[in-house]
Every structure is written in structure tokens, then in C-alpha cells.
Write a protein that binds this ligand. Structure first.
Ligand SMILES: [Zn+2]
Length: 293
């Protein structure tokens, strides 16, 4: 049985918008995110991990556990030395026959072997490191997005973080970078039909905010650094606001569950059941439920 039959979700698209602060969507009137929030499930008060840096947050999105557990607990990508046995999202999906594709910015030649090795260890089917900003990274994903409609498609867009470090969070350059990411998300949605497609979950999230204690940084406990937007859209998503305490760590569990694979018991977050369609209970299970009543 194809695994997605239980939820009807066959494709999950996750877009990580680097450095998008939680208050940015209303502050800069980011039209795509406002539209997705209006018809989907959303919060502008989701918590990211500690420390609030990209490597730590991406490590958690990939492995479902905290930075302390997966070991990428600084702002540097390296081979992690985890404190627990890791069960990365792509590996959990692969065990159920579900492919994963990741699309990240191009990286210096020196780091490519490490990046490829990390992707392989995590169980990623195919990793693309092409493009300097959100529009270019989306362009590089086109052959995959248009040819395949089953599996996880994960994007990381660096624009917001780069502008925040250079000119400050809430600067004019930062606002322009966020609009570029927002427009690109609109283009992705137009190409894939994700926000209205019944078989798709589209998750937009940030790895961290910024401009909390330091105008050009984001690694602190400050609410502007720790809080991120989290929006879930899709044709079957139940609209509404996500509850207080919703976390970046809820994303990996939700991805795996939505695609019909088994959520590893090590995962720290919860499945956002309230946004997902009711599971179709197979007849034999239904009978067992009735018998147990
Ligand atoms: Zn940064």
C-alpha cells in the first residue's frame, strides 16, 4: 500500500526562510505569507531551538531532536557528534519508500564533500546546492518540482539572514530581502498549486529571527531572535491559529506523519494533528475500534 493513502498527503514542501523574524509578516505586509496564513494554520509566535542559529535549527529540522542532542549546537556546519541515535527525517521517509529532495544555496567547493556526506548520512535522495538567493534556488529546483509530486521537498533560502547581518534586522535591505523570499514563495505556490492542492502540505517557517540584543545578529534568548513565523497551508489543511508553544521541532514530526511514515520515538516535537485531515481508518481497524468500545 502506498504510504500516503492514510492521510491523502503525498507531497510536503517545506520552505525555511533564513532570519525571518516573527513580526515581519505584518510589519512588511508580506503578501504571500499573509495569504497562506489567512487560508491555512499559522502562528507568528513559534519557538525556534536554542541556540537560535541556522546550523542548529536546520539540524533539528532534519533530525527531530534538539541541538544539544544532534550536536550541531553552534553556527557552523560540520559532521555532528550526536548524543542520541539520530533518525533523520529523510531516512524515516526512505524506510517507507518516500523520497526527499533538498535545495540549498551553492556552497564553496571546499565544503561540498562534507555537505554531500551529511545529505547521504541523513538519507536524502537528492541534494541540490545551486543559486545565491531564493529565486535562483527555486529555479534550480524546477526539474524536480515539475517532474515529481511525491515526497519531501525542502528549501533553505538565505536572503533574510544575509541582509540582517549586513544592514540590520528591520533595515530597508532586510525588508527587501524578505519581500524577495515572499515573492519567490508566491511563485513556488503558483507553479505547484501547493496551497490549494489536496495532496500537498506547504510549510513556511524560519530558522531564527534577529535584531534582538544585537541589531545585526540573532544568537540570543531575546524574543525577536527566538520567535519565528510558522504557516501550514494546503488543500486539506484545517485553518486556524496554532497554539502557544508551537515549535520548530513540531515540523519534523508533522512531515513524517503527514506522509504516512512512522514518526521516530526520539523526536522531541509533536505532530500538528489539528491542521491535518482526519486519518482514513482502514475498515479492519475501524472494526477493531468498534469491537474495543
Ligand atoms: Zn545568521
Amino acid at each position: 500500500m502506498a504510504s500516503f493513502e492514510r492521510t491523502g498527503i503525498r507531497r510536503v514542501i517545506v520552505v525555511v526562510m533564513d532570519g525571518m523574524r516573527a513580526d515581519a509578516v505584518p510589519l512588511f505586509h508580506l503578501r504571500t505569507l499573509e495569504r497562506l496564513a489567512a487560508r491555512g494554520a499559522w502562528t507568528f509566535h513559534a519557538e525556534t531551538v536554542q541556540p537560535s542559529v541556522t546550523a542548529a535549527a536546520m539540524g533539528s529540522l532534519f533530525t527531530g531532536v534538539t541541538p544539544r542532542e544532534h550536536g550541531l549546537d553552534t553556527d557552523r556546519f560540520r559532521l555532528p557528534q550526536p548524543r542520541v541515535a539520530l533518525e533523520p527525517v529523510p531516512g524515516a521517509l526512505a524506510r517507507a519508500g518516500i523520497p526527499s529532495f533538498v535545495f540549498l544555496a551553492s556552497i564553496p567547493r571546499l565544503y561540498r564533500p562534507l555537505a554531500a556526506r551529511l545529505a547521504r548520512i541523513a538519507g536524502v535522495t537528492d541534494a541540490t546546492f545551486t543559486g545565491m538567493d531564493a529565486p535562483q534556488i527555486l529555479d534550480a529546483s524546477m526539474p524536480y518540482l515539475t517532474a515529481r509530486d511525491h515526497g519531501l521537498f525542502l528549501f533553505h533560502w538565505p536572503d533574510g539572514d544575509r541582509a540582517g547581518h549586513a544592514a540590520g534586522w528591520t533595515s530597508r535591505a532586510y525588508a527587501a530581502a524578505l519581500r524577495r523570499m515572499d515573492d519567490t514563495l508566491g511563485r513556488l505556490d503558483a507553479i505547484t498549486g501547493a496551497s490549494t492542492d489536496e495532496g500537498t502540505l506547504l510549510i513556511a517557517v524560519a530558522d531564527h529571527g534577529g535584531g534582538g540584543h544585537v541589531a545585526t545578529n540573532h544568537d540570543s534568548d531575546h524574543v525577536h531572535d527566538r520567535r519565528v513565523p510558522l504557516i501550514v497551508a494546503g488543500g486539506q489543511v484545517r485553518p486556524g491559529t496554532l497554539p502557544a508553544g508551537t515549535s520548530l521541532l513540531d515540523v519534523p514530526a508533522t512531515i513524517v506523519h503527514a506522509l504516512g511514515a512512522t514518526v521516530p520515538s526520539s523526536y522531541g516535537g509533536r505532530v500538528l494533528h489539528e491542521v491535518l485531515p482526519d486519518l482514513a481508518v482502514p475498515d479492519e481497524d475501524r472494526y477493531a475500534l468498534v469491537a474495543a468500545c
